[in-house]
Design a protein around this ligand. Sequence first.
Ligand code: NAP
Length: 281
Amino acid sequence: MIIDGKEIAAALRKDLKKKVVELKSIYNAVPGLTVILVGDDAPSKIYVKNKEKFAKEIGLNSEVIRYPADLEEKVLLNKINELNKDNKVSGILVQLPLPKHIDKRKVIETIDYGKDVDGFHPINVGNLSSGYESSIPCTPLGCSLLLKKVEKNLNGKHAVVIGRSNLNGKPMTQLLLKENCTVTITHSKTKDLKIECLRADIIIAAVGIPKLVKGDWVKNGAIVIDVGINKTDSGLVGDVDFDEVSKVAKAITPVPGGVGPMTIACLLSNTVECFKKAYSK
Ligand code: NAP
């Protein structure tokens, strides 16, 4: 089974569009997403353009604020503080990476955690790891929705997460634990990644190495979610060797068209959730 992230994301956006209409009829207001882009990193520009397009498509109030790469840190922090106080803004996203002279941690911590649609604020990270309600980072959230499309009950499954970034690996681990999986988290110092993978019912690959996970690393019938997006001479590829692994896996996400579309759909979903929480206080 090839898990069609494009189709699942489109269905999620369709539901969200309906929700936005309902919320408007209840509160006479619509959720607002403000994205801040600093500098002109080419992939970031593409991501932001897509976020804007889909936010508009589902009826959100969408705004993109663009700053030059030499922006002073304090100007950015002041803008975030202004957006924190603006009732029309439900979600704030500062596109990463930021130029080196800007302290990413300070930026993340300045965003009101109730508007933190990326789920990177320490309060949201802490709530997620404590099993409390929180904003959940969009890519792992998308992965877990894809997993649930294949298997509703993940109780007792052995999941192997490759990569331990704050963006992907760590929050993914928390989500799998919440689903009662037994989780092995691996990284660049893991001694024998192949052996770890061979034990997995579920593999989540979030590494950034093209086609790292081979066919003979995967147990028959495993579910494989490929987060990687790697530019190569032969086009975009994931962290999983799709041709080999699709022959043994029960289900697998393609790259492109797997996790990527879910990330943006989950960002929109997080914005709607932030709006609902703010208006139901
Ligand atoms: P990252 O911050 O660079 O983290 C990579 C992780 O992989 C690190 O924990 C690293 O271990 C581990 N790693 C590196 N080499 C390894 C090896 N040989 N064996 C096992 N683990 C190894 O990357 P990221 O931000 O999580 O992104 C990972 C990939 O996902 C990238 O391709 C990125 O483009 C993609 N991505 C996709 C989406 C999407 O929407 N689909 C969103 C975000 C990112 P150490 O901690 O020991 O260094």
